[in-house]
Unconditional design. Structure first.
Length: 296
């Protein structure tokens, strides 16, 4: 690896530490003195770089980059990042984990619901949220609806794999909801925001990230209005946030454009089936066959 690529990977790892402020993985922006320029520089370098290095190598490279920062900053960043990797090493499980993210109104929930009806091997993980139920939503089916104090208590107890604030409400994925299923060999799908998806990827290296895009901004606005669940000011906020959310699609493994529901559903089924047939996925899920054939 040349020095330019090495520097890019180092910067990516350091940016992972600093940028995702709402993730358990990263530091508060105050650690680097609130330097917007520095954060933005790291952000652009990170987006241009990618890495499949082991945890140990990632720590070493991040530490090398952090050595250029002020002493206290580097020590704090490095120690917290190393502690995170020790406490939360990437998990390898027989089951596949699919994370589906999208801006509000894109049709994510409808697509996942239709996929579950067609694929008996998939199980959905029900997230926790502090927002109020919408429409015909039922507690324990679409979400576990809890108040903010209860949510904060779960965060403090470490009961979430990931958690984030979206549109002013808190969302989190329970460890119990997916860990046992994945270890048992079941495939799990998560309806999740982009922040949560990137956090999950740090814990499950083989997680498949799928982003659903609307065909246009005009169509997204029409869908939000047709839904009839939110007042105009909330819709305006969702559309504004949607532009930032769509920009994160570049970090995902697959992108599906939901212009026609049937086509988007077919694409989603294709992604799931293709993942199951990958060598690594087959090796995890059918380890006895691989062992009998001398492949392990």
């Amino acid at each position: 690896m040349g020095p330019i690529n090495t520097a890019a990977v180092i910067a990516k790892e350091a940016a992972d530490i600093i940028l995702f402020e709402k993730s358990s993985l990263v530091l508060d922006s105050r650690v680097i003195g609130g330097s917007r320029t520095f954060c933005n520089t790291l952000k652009h370098i990170r987006m241009a770089a990618s890495s499949n290095f082991s945890n140990v190598l990632s720590v070493l490279m991040a530490s090398a980059f952090l050595s250029f920062l002020p002493g206290t900053c580097a020590a704090t960043a490095g120690s917290r990042y190393c502690a995170h990797l020790v406490e939360n090493p990437p998990m390898e499980t027989p089951g596949n984990l699919f994370c589906v993210a999208a801006p509000s109104g894109t049709g994510k929930s409808s697509l996942v619901k239709a996929l579950l009806e067609l694929d008996s091997r998939l199980a959905v993980s029900v997230s926790h949220t502090t927002r109020a139920p919408r429409g015909q939503e039922v507690d324990g089916r679409e979400y576990h609806f809890i108040d903010e104090p209860a949510f904060r208590t779960m965060v403090e107890r470490g009961e979430f794999f990931e958690h984030a604030e979206v549109h002013g409400n808190c969302y989190g994925t329970s460890r119990k909801a997916i860990e046992a299923r994945l270890v048992h060999g079941d495939d799990v799908v998560l309806e999740i925001d982009w922040q949560g998806a990137l956090q999950i990827k740090q814990l499950f290296a083989h997680a498949v990230l799928i982003f659903i895009l609307p065909p246009s901004w005009d169509e997204l606005a029409q869908r939000l209005n047709r839904r009839g669940e939110d007042p105009p000011d909330v819709i305006a906020r969702r559309l504004a946030n949607g532009r930032h959310e769509v920009a994160q699609a570049r970090h995902f493994d697959f992108v599906i454009i939901n212009s026609l529901f049937e086509t988007a559903l077919f694409d989603l089924k294709t992604v799931v089936h293709s993942q199951r047939l990958k060598y690594a996925a087959q090796q995890r899920n059918r380890s006895q066959v691989f062992a009998a054939l001398g492949l392990i």
